[in-house]
Design a protein around this ligand. Structure first.
Ligand code: SF4
Ligand code: SF4
Length: 192
């Protein structure tokens, strides 16, 4: 068996050949540039412009604070334990201290969203989280601290009602005590 020789293509060499090659490859490159010069641009000037974000995108969380009942279901469902919250209960009202997500650990899995009984924690479309300090990656989701204005009014009304009930109860108790008390003895006749 004899090996077949590979045919060799002789290319022009020399100074003129190099000039022609440079000229020709520039033309080829410019052809592509010219083609895209008249088409609609696909680049966006971030951050002034942004690409459209799909509806199912899982970005930074947001909380509908007034609906939250401080039940810890979201925090318990989180596989990396990065949700923490603190609030003081006043009967049915909540006085909020904090509700934070640690984005040093969060993996945007959305497992915290599904168990929420009030459907009030969500992953939004915001994604920008650029910082020089890792501490700033712990985001507080609260839109206000303490009691909401409506909760304050409800608490005041409830406290007034409670005070009125207690006053009525105390008045009834003293009236009952007065009715049950033995009649006072008649006054002794005067000696003069
Ligand atoms: S998205 Fe996942 S990792 Fe992030 S807070 Fe929710 S459950 Fe935790
Ligand atoms: S599961 Fe929902 S209602 Fe419960 S604490 Fe989390 S966000 Fe609030």
């Amino acid at each position: 068996m004899t090996a077949t020789a590979t045919p060799t293509v002789s290319r022009p060499t020399g100074w003129w050949a190099d000039v022609w090659s440079g000229f020709w490859t520039t033309l080829v490159g410019m052809r592509i540039t010219l083609k895209y010069l008249f088409t609609k641009p696909v680049t966006v000037q971030y951050p002034e412009e942004r690409m459209p974000i799909p509806d199912r995108y899982r970005g930074i969380h947001y909380l509908e604070q007034d609906k939250c009942i401080y039940c810890f279901m979201c925090a318990r469902a989180c596989p990396v334990d990065c949700i923490s919250m603190e609030a003081v209960r006043h009967g049915k009202e909540l006085e909020w201290v904090s509700f934070s997500v640690d984005y040093n650990r969060c993996m945007f899995c959305e497992l915290c969203v599904y168990p929420c009984p009030k459907d009030c924690i969500h992953e939004g479309k915001e994604f920008a989280m650029v910082t020089y300090d890792r501490k700033e990656l712990v985001h507080d989701l609260l839109s206000y601290k303490g009691l909401s204005p409506e909760a304050k009014v409800r608490l005041e009304v409830a406290e007034k009602e409670k005070a009125a009930k207690e006053a009525a109860k105390a008045a009834a108790k003293s009236a009952a005590a007065a009715a049950a008390a033995p009649p006072a003895p008649p006054a002794a006749p005067s000696s003069n």
